[in-house]
Design a protein around this ligand. Structure first.
Ligand code: ZN
Length: 462
């Protein structure tokens, strides 16, 4: 293995304080709000979920309705055909998760003041048992409705109900006491963890690990039921996916790397699974792509590159990590830590080396990025991002800019900006691997220290 001598970087673990903040923040509804009826169309394309049964063709659903009392609540959708639904509860934050066959949520009809501004929007429902809810694709073959609760509740019914008037998906909830709710959540969590304990790596990931080329994992944030930030029609999960796909294409075209994307469609991937994909692939670099937003500070702009640290570099970094770490809670998944599976001494050495390389790449990326696009005034920061936790994979998270800033929002949505910036990121990755000696193109015998690897791009204007 590669060794370094510096012991300057602290441990990065999941912190109790972050967990508590996550629990609080996950109860905040997403950007779009809806106080009335949401119209939507729901298409069941395939029926691969465990909680589903075969259907002959697409199933359409529309007209979400919510009756939201303090002790009872009912959420329903009109269906064109029955589908089978399952459900379970999760605590801290308290949620109900309804599992369905794969559905494709479409935007509401344009008329009406209360329609959802985005098909994956959370709908806020203040005052009753249901605090808010959201719906979308969870995994290929599976969709979910996630209901945030304002008080502990159990599912009385989650099923398709047919009558002469038609078929409806009905989710009925009743308030329950806290102890019984926690017991139900505990059982659900145990069942969920048992079901996912030994997921094998995907075939493409294994192929990457044995290819002989450096493996670069590109991680478009969010996806499926988790839209990420949403501002003025800009949706983070779509913007970062377009960016990641273009970057992956350029890296593949270079022939220098095996490139793995943590998702190649609009699907939810848990934070721990993103880390697992990188480790299973034997990744030499992990780049997570996100777009930030900040309320009441529209002037804040520019890209920021984050690395993982136990203590956040500043309050803004801590806020960003807390927000990005919510992704699992948004989709109704309990976060779990990966077992690193190596002995302590080896683990420490590996992790220190990983930290150094992560910082080196962050510095390199900032230097290359500023040639083409705007940087935040403090572009290198660190905080406890769950997705950057792999102890043996140098990992950074780039926030491309702020959707809450008009200029950034326009840039991030522009093909010209995307072309220029993905080229700079690809060039930064080339510089990083060339300096490490992993690429033969440019001879570089310098040892892999931060100074030696802090390459400055040609054409850079200071
Ligand atoms: Zn994000």
């Amino acid at each position: 293995m590669r060794l370094i001598s510096e012991r300057v970087f602290g441990r990065c673990g999941i912190q109790a304080a972050l967990g508590a903040l996550l629990a609080l923040l996950a109860l905040q509804p997403l950007v779009a709000q809806n106080r009335g009826i949401i119209g939507l169309r729901q298409v069941a394309l395939a029926d691969a979920g465990a909680a589903s049964r075969p259907v002959a063709g697409p199933v359409f659903a529309e007209n979400a309705r919510l009756a939201n009392g303090l002790d009872r609540a009912e959420l329903s959708f009109d269906l064109s055909a029955p589908v089978k639904a399952g459900s379970f509860v999760l605590a801290a934050p308290d949620r109900i998760v309804v599992e369905l066959p794969q559905v494709e949520f479409e935007a509401a009809p344009p008329e009406g003041p209360h329609r959802a501004r985005h098909p994956h929007a959370a709908a806020r429902a203040p005052g009753g048992l249901v605090a808010s809810y959201r719906f979308g694709l969870f995994a290929p073959g599976k969709s979910r409705i996630v209901i945030d609760l304002s008080a502990p509740a159990r599912v009385l019914r989650a099923a398709a109900v047919s009558s002469p008037a038609g078929t409806r998906l009905v989710v009925s909830l009743a308030r329950m006491d806290r102890a019984a709710f926690l017991a139900a959540a505990h059982n659900a969590l145990a069942a969920q963890q048992a079901a996912t304990a030994d997921d094998p790596p995907a075939p493409g990931v294994v192929a990457a690990a044995v290819s002989g080329l450096p493996v670069v994992v590109i991680d478009p944030g969010h996806g499926g039921i988790d839209s990420g930030a949403m501002v003025r029609g800009l949706v983070e999960k779509n913007i970062v996916f377009d960016f990641a796909k273009e970057l992956a294409g350029k890296l593949r075209a270079s022939g220098h790397y095996k490139v793995v994307m943590t998702r190649d469609s609009d699907v939810f991937v848990a934070l721990g699974d993103r880390v697992k994909i990188a480790r299973d692939a034997g990744a030499s670099l992990f780049v997570s792509v996100h777009a930030d937003t900040i309320s009441d500070a529209a002037s804040v702009s520019g890209a920021t590159v984050y690395t993982c640290s136990e203590h956040a570099s500043d309050a803004e970094a801590a806020r960003t990590a807390e927000k990005e770490n919510q992704a699992d809670a948004v989709a109704g998944v309990e976060s779990k830590d990966e077992d690193n599976g190596v002995s302590d001494i080896l683990f420490d050495l590996t992790r220190q080396e990983t930290r150094t390389y992560s910082h080196v790449f962050a510095r390199t990326l900032v230097n290359y990025w500023q040639v083409a696009a705007r940087l935040n005034k403090n572009p290198e920061r660190s905080a406890g991002f769950r997705v950057l936790k792999a102890p043996d994979v140098p990992s950074v998270l780039i926030e491309l800019g702020y959707l809450s800033n008009a200029a950034d929002g326009a840039a991030l949505n522009s093909p010209g900006w995307r072309d220029a910036t993905t080229s700079r990121v690809a060039a930064a990755i080339d510089a990083f691997f060339t300096a490490k000696g992993s690429l033969p193109a440019k001879a570089n015998t310098a040892p892999p220290t931060a100074e030696a690897l802090d390459t400055t791009p040609t054409g850079m204007v200071k």
